[in-house]
Each structure stands twice: as structure tokens, then as C-alpha cells.
Design a protein. Structure first.
Length: 118
């Protein structure tokens, strides 16, 4: 059940950093994609959109104004679900996912992890 975190940042105060940290603490495999290269607890932050074939969940930490470059990419990964964390909600993106049979959830990765609902 690998998770791709889009909008990953090596800054500890960022929610994407905390999500990766907590995913790893709970032994979930994770891949990080961000604008700047870096590392979070041993995970490389990739800066290019690689095609992973085993992504179950995409956790978005990129606002709607910057999501257009990711829509087709996320769809081609064919994840089971995409989590729209608070502030990333995008009805048009969600509709495109649903049309492809991908679950679009408005949910906070950190809350799901802390309540064992991930």
C-alpha cells in the first residue's frame, strides 16, 4: 500500500513532511515528489514525475492553482485513491478521477493516520 506524497518538502514544519514522517513511522511505503530535491527520514524527494506502478494512495499537498500539471500524471499512475488534504480540494480534478474509477477523498492524511483509519 505505497503512498505518493505530492508537494513534499524537507521543511519540518510542513504538513507534507509530517505526513511522510508518520507514514514511515507506521511502516507504510512512501514516495515523495516535490519541487526541491531533499530527503525526509531517508526518503529522497524526487523532483521529476516518475511512473511508479504500485501506488495505492496519492496524498496531495499542492493547492488547486498548481494542480493542473499533476492531473494527467496522477491518473496515469492509476492509484486506488487520492487524498485531497485541507486546502487542496479541487472539484474538477476530483471529477476526472471519479470518471476513471479512482476514489477522490477530501481527508487529512495526518488525521487518518492518527486515528488508525488510513
Amino acid at each position: 500500500m505505497k503512498t505518493l506524497v505530492i508537494g513534499a518538502s524537507a521543511k519540518q514544519e510542513r504538513y507534507s513532511y509530517q505526513a511522510i514522517e508518520r507514514l514511515k513511522a507506521k511502516d507504510y511505503p512512501v514516495v515523495a515528489l516535490g519541487l526541491k530535491a531533499g530527503e525526509i527520514h531517508g526518503e529522497t524527494i524526487h523532483t521529476t514525475k516518475e511512473i511508479w506502478t504500485d501506488i495505492d494512495t496519492v496524498s496531495l499537498y499542492v493547492g488547486p492553482a498548481h494542480q493542473d500539471n499533476y492531473i494527467d500524471y496522477v491518473i496515469c499512475l492509476n492509484p486506488r485513491r487520492v487524498l485531497f488534504n485541507p486546502g487542496t480540494e479541487n472539484p474538477a480534478f476530483e471529477s476526472r478521477l471519479k470518471a476513471k474509477g479512482i476514489l477522490a477523498e477530501r481527508a487529512c492524511t495526518l488525521v487518518l493516520l492518527s486515528t488508525n483509519q488510513y
